[in-house]
Design a protein around this ligand. Structure first.
Ligand SMILES: [Zn+2]
Ligand SMILES: [Zn+2]
Length: 264
């Protein structure tokens, strides 16, 4: 059976479809496990078009919990958040995990934590941009708060050449992943977007990054990163992702209530 633990809702402002439509799509496509992980809000900031507001957080969690009641027998539904790493908000994040008994936290290192910086790590254009991505990613991974690192190769999205900085970054992220026990996510939305030619640079998942992950013996979780129910219905891309991971010889993990375990 298929599993996905990276699913958004329209609250983030750039995903479409109600929660129940994601659940129906998952059942139709042969999933037995669906985890929601919408983009977290952060205290004192609003980011329309990127993340829900703080006021929407309780509603997000109760909507997912209600879905669990409704689809519980057919689909194992869990609730988490996809979060950047902002050191000043880690206390808030830990309290939120506790308060709502969140099932998992994904590290989605989209933006740098330096105040007033607008750098989106999917738009890295210089070596310094990439080094900042590396630095913040490793710092986040050492906190022990995150269950896995989403799209670790996001920095290659708009970057046009796999140079020494890209190589060093891949090597260090993979080494940290293995060493700290924070698995890497093989991201199917990236694979779909690459296919559709929607990235201006190398895009992700990028094969050289994943060859290094294999050399470093990294563990991998594959997720859809669904921003629309139709992403869950694309079972061809799901099967292709599994084949890529197997071909690379990477150990594939799946999320269960007991934590991450090796896939059959
Ligand atoms: Zn998103
Ligand atoms: Zn996501």
């Amino acid at each position: 059976m298929r599993k996905n633990h990276h699913t958004h809702t329209p609250r983030c402002g750039h995903a479409v479809g109600e929660e129940w439509e994601y659940a129906e799509a998952a059942i139709e496509a042969g999933y037995d496990s669906l985890g929601f992980s919408d983009h977290t809000p952060w205290p004192g900031t609003i980011s329309p078009g990127m993340r829900m507001t703080m006021q929407e957080l309780p509603d997000y969690i109760s909507a997912v919990r209600n879905l669990k009641e409704r689809y519980g027998k057919k689909l194992d539904i869990s609730c988490g958040l996809e979060c950047e790493y902002y050191p000043e908000h880690m206390t808030w994040l830990k309290e939120t995990i506790e308060e709502y008994s969140l099932d998992f936290i994904i590290l989605g290192n989209h933006f740098d934590y330096v105040q007033n910086s607008n750098l989106y790590f999917g738009n890295c254009r210089t070596k310094d941009d990439i080094i900042l991505y590396l630095k913040t990613t490793i710092s986040a991974m050492t906190t022990g708060v995150y269950d896995w690192l989403a799209h670790p190769d996001l920095y290659l999205r708009d970057y046009d050449k796999f140079d020494d900085t890209c190589l060093k970054t891949a090597r260090e992220i993979c080494y940290a992943s293995r060493n700290l026990g924070v698995p890497l996510e093989y991201n199917l939305l990236g694979l779909m977007s690459s296919r559709e030619g929607r990235f201006s640079g190398l895009g992700y998942p990028y094969h050289k990054f994943w060859e290094i992950a294999a050399e470093e013996n990294c563990s991998v979780i594959m997720n859809v990163d669904a921003h629309s129910p139709k992403h869950l219905k694309d079972t061809a891309i799901y099967d292709e992702g599994i084949k890529h991971i197997e071909k690379l010889g990477l150990k594939r993990l799946i999320y269960t209530k007991e934590g991450l375990v090796e896939a059959d």
